[in-house]
Design a protein around this ligand. Sequence first.
Ligand code: ATP
Length: 306
Amino acid sequence: MDDAVIQTDGLTKQYGRILAVDGLSLHVPRGRIFGLLGPNGSGKTTLMSMLLGLVRPTAGSFTLFGKPPEKGELERQLHRIGAIIETPAFYPYLSGRNNLAYFQGISGRGHPGELDEVLDQVGLGGRGGDKFQTYSLGMKQRLGLAYSLLGDPELLVLDEPTNGMDPAGMAEVRELIRSLGGENRTVILSSHLLNEVEQVCDSVAILSHGRLIAQGEVAELLREQGQAQVRIRTTDDAKAREILTALAWVDSVSAANGYLVAGVAPDRSWEITAALSRNQVYVAEMTPVQMSLEQYFLDITEGESV
Ligand code: ATP
């Protein structure tokens, strides 16, 4: 497809007897925040390393920005990509800004005039002069993101950017990542945290043992599950259960934790209320239940030793 920033075809990496990435065919559309979700050891880092030319594939192929990474081309492609594969080794005694200047000088990414701009972009504008060692974990990771933004890359490749952070730092970095994605910038974010992908990403590929298990829009994967449910409490739950069970458009009715759970799309809530009140049963509480990606992930990896 022509809007793909990354397209892989049967991409494979074998380390001795370990198949780290196993025949992966992946489509990463432009302008999306794309999640690579999988437990530790599922092949996320290996996949990203292949895409960045750091690891040579055993088999299969891929394109970046529509072209294979052939000799000469790869260098041009890498200039359009910002990446954090491991936490960058910044110097503790240098300020954030001087660290950026130092690594910018070594790598030649972007230009010195950009430093203040990228610091502002990650919310470190006021703290760029402070020593790196005085930064919180969230700020350290944001400085890493500032480095990856040098040269205004079209694609950001972020490998587990919130790893090891406390909840406040995670929230900070997730919000920033969401703001960095957009029409002109694609973000590929790997994570073993299901709720992170759910919060940050538009599309997701789920990996297990180097294989692709599912791929698609986060919202669509959930919708496809067809698990729309509403949770209800009424003036007479036993009678309500009988009434709802008799309705052809209600898929299932069960009782859990003092509530009735009916398998029905939330937009039919008013019909439930109407059906019950016709029988003198009145709704005290009704809430739509959205299945989380976590449940979906657990369901589809069920039986695998993840
Ligand atoms: P994590 O989040 O723990 O890094 P991951 O999903 O990124 O997990 P990879 O790091 O890509 O997974 O590892 C996939 C598999 O390949 C693992 O079994 C790992 O042990 C193996 N592997 C990765 N790199 C090498 C290597 N250089 N030599 C041998 N085996 C490797």
